[in-house]
Design a protein around this ligand. Sequence first.
Ligand SMILES: *Cc1c(COP(=O)(O)O)cnc(C)c1O
Length: 244
Amino acid sequence: SIVASSEDENFSYIPEIRSGMIRPDADYFYIVSNNTIYGTRYASFPDTGTVPLVADMSSNILSEPVDVSKFGIIFAGAQKNIGPAGLTVVIIRNDLVGNAPEKLPTMFNYQTHVDARSMFNTPPTYAVYIAGLVFKKLLNDGGLEEMRRYNVEKSSLLYDFLDESTLFTATVDKKDRSLMNVPFVTGSSELDAAFIKAAAEQGLVNLKGHRSVGGMRASIYNAMPIDGVKKLVEFMKTFETQQK
Ligand SMILES: *Cc1c(COP(=O)(O)O)cnc(C)c1O
C-alpha cells in the first residue's frame, strides 16, 4: 500500500507525509531514509504514531546522527558507510522481536539472532572487525555530529556549484537533497556521456548515474574526502568553460 509518492516528478523530492495518511491498523510504515539512486533524503522523519517506522538506511547510516528511538526497525547493508560487503546491521525494538510466524525459516527470524547475540552461525569476521575499526575512527573523529558537519560541507561544495552552473543542474529539490548521493544532468545525453568520459580520464570515476535515471551521480559517502569533491568541482568548472 503506497502512502505517498513523488513518481509524478521522477522521484525528485520527498512527498509530505501527514499522520492522517497512515492507516492506524498498518503493521509498519516503510521508508528508505536516503534514496541512493535519485539522491533524495529525509531531512526529518514522518510521525507514524503507534505504527512502527521501518527504514532501510543502507546509504546514509553513520552520515549524521539519528534518533533511533523513533524507529521500529533500522537496517543497513555495511558496504557504503560501515565497511566491507557481507555484513548487515539491524537495530530492532525489543517488542517487535518474537512475533514471526512459525513457518519462517530460522535464519530469517530476528529472535534467532537476538538469542544467539548475532552468532547463530559464524559471522563474517573480517567484515565485523573492519566495521569495528570504522566505528572507533568515527568516535575518535568527533562522532556523528562531526560527520554531519563534514558531509554538509562536502555536499554543499557540489550543490552550491550546481546551483550557479550554466551547464549542470542538480535534479533534486533543495530541501530534500542527499548528503551522500548527488545526481546532476547537463540536459543533453551526448554531453553527459562526454563529461563522464572526460572525467574518467582525469581519474574521476563512477560518475555515471544509475541505469534507471541516466545523467551523472557523485556518490560521496563518509569515506570520500573533501579533496575528492573539490577536484570534481574544479573539473566541472573547467568542462563548463570548454563548452562555451
Ligand atoms: C546499496 C543499497 C542496498 C543494498 O543493495 P545491494 O544490492 O546489496 O548492493 C539496499 N538499500 C539501499 C537504500 C541501498 O543504497
